[in-house]
Design a protein around this ligand. Structure first.
Ligand code: SAH
Ligand code: SF4
Length: 387
């Protein structure tokens, strides 16, 4: 079984980037241009059956069906909120479920995509973190979320009125701990033969896996969001345990280097989940103002979304506004994220998902936590063969 083939031994073409698709057709003794034809069928037109590919001859369609398939993750449920937000729960090969959320706002359509089932990083206010790690999503499972959402709006029309204009890797999981698969999926999001989304509108959000931020900068130029949540190491160590490994004095310079590498006028997004009496006080705002002086950024305050037994509360609107005002007066661009899709539990951090394979999850979780984070984190993940 190769890295891209499914349990039945067939290669899942949904997860192949353009160069990999071309290599696949060459390996069949076919012309490379077939890659573009098939990618358009898959990503633009949402086709998952070779027989529907009318510009591909019958013999080649049969050849393809024998060795390959187009298999998105299974949709367990689809909900549409009265505010237009949509949420899908999809089941991935490990048996776990992850969530994808579509948020239409001000002429934009933002899709929030998951990268892992569960997460090993255990941030204290995150329900995904509370589940522990279950599995890395494959490229097909990541891009499959875009495929499913896109298909629900019909085929990809002219660039101007596309339903999905932005993708944020802010669903379940830490994208930089599933680096290779997330990278290929983002390449497909940006490819014109894929979803044609601009590099400025594909955002990777990380809690701060420093070596992988460096590697990301060598390989791509997507937008970067940092989940900061605290203005000093002592507090951040409590909220984001990964901070003990990569404290602020190494994390912020790594983000600054990434942004400098992009050139142009692109700025880092700082995400700051606001927790009542924990990180929402005026002294925290003052520390933020100092901390971010050298970091060209825009700040997005996320009012905490409660979940059972979290131990945290959402601050009052007044204290959120006071915090925002202080940063704003100091010259920062600060927005407060509005909660959307409340009637369908689509809010940030409520992507609880159902973890079915509990035994293997906890084994892996323990194994991961015992490994040094210094080495390249992907090397510490279970291999494909393990799945
Ligand atoms: N692992 C990545 C991306 C997924 S989390 C990261 O941490 O950046 C996406 C965002 O949702 C993060 O900023 C995270 O801190 C935030 N978040 C998690 N749980 C939340 C909650 N209960 N309420 C509000 N925001 C939450
Ligand atoms: Fe993982 Fe992000 Fe949740 Fe932290 S906030 S546990 S990194 S998904």
């Amino acid at each position: 079984m190769t890295a891209t083939s499914n349990a039945n031994g067939k290669i899942n073409l949904l997860g192949l980037t353009q160069p990999k698709m071309e290599a696949f057709f060459e390996s069949l003794g076919e012309k490379r241009f077939r890659a573009g034809q098939v990618m358009k069928w898959i990503h633009h037109l949402g086709v998952d059956n070779f027989d529907d590919m009318t510009n591909v001859g019958k013999a080649l369609r049969e050849k393809l069906a024998a060795v390959a398939e187009i298999r998105p993750p299974e949709v367990v449920s689809e909900d549409i909120s009265k505010d237009g937000t949509r949420k899908w729960v999809v089941r991935v090969a490990s048996g776990s479920c992850v969530e994808t959320v579509y948020i239409p706002q001000n002429g934009r359509g933002t899709l929030c995509v998951s990268s892992q089932a569960g997460c090993a990083l255990d941030c204290s206010f995150c329900s995904t973190g509370k589940q522990g790690f279950n599995s890395d999503l494959t490229v097909a499972e990541i891009i499959g979320q875009v495929w499913i959402a896109n298909k629900s709006f019909g085929s990809i029309p002219a660039k101007t009125d596309r339903a999905i204009t932005n993708v944020v890797m802010m669903g379940m999981g830490e994208p930089l701990l599933n680096f290779d698969n997330v990278l290929d999926a983002m390449l497909l999001m940006m490819d014109d033969l894929g979803y044609g989304i601009s590099k400025r509108k594909v955002t990777l959000s990380t809690s701060g896996v420093v070596p992988m931020i460096e590697k990301l900068g060598e390989l791509t130029d997507v937008a970067l969001a940092l989940s900061l949540h605290a203005p000093n190491n002592a507090l951040r160590n409590q909220l984001v345990p990964l901070n003990k490994k990569y404290p602020l004095e190494v994390l912020l310079p790594a983000c600054n280097r990434y942004m400098a590498g992009l050139g142009e006028k692109r700025v880092l997004t700082i995400e700051y989940t606001m927790l009542k009496d924990v990180n929402d006080q005026p002294e925290h705002a003052e520390e933020m103002i100092e901390l971010l002086r050298e970091t060209p950024c825009k700040i997005n305050l996320i009012p905490f979304n409660p979940f059972p037994h979290s131990g945290y509360e959402r601050p009052s609107n007044n204290s959120i506004r006071r915090f925002q005002d202080m940063l704003h007066k100091a010259g920062y661009n600060v927005t407060v994220r509005t909660t959307r899709g409340e009637d369908i539990d689509a809010a940030c951090g409520q992507l609880v998902g159902q973890v079915m394979d509990r035994t293997r999850r906890s084994e892996r979780y323990i194994a991961l936590r015992q490994l040094p984070v210094d080495g390249v984190p992907t090397a510490t993940q279970p291999s494909n063969a393990d799945r």
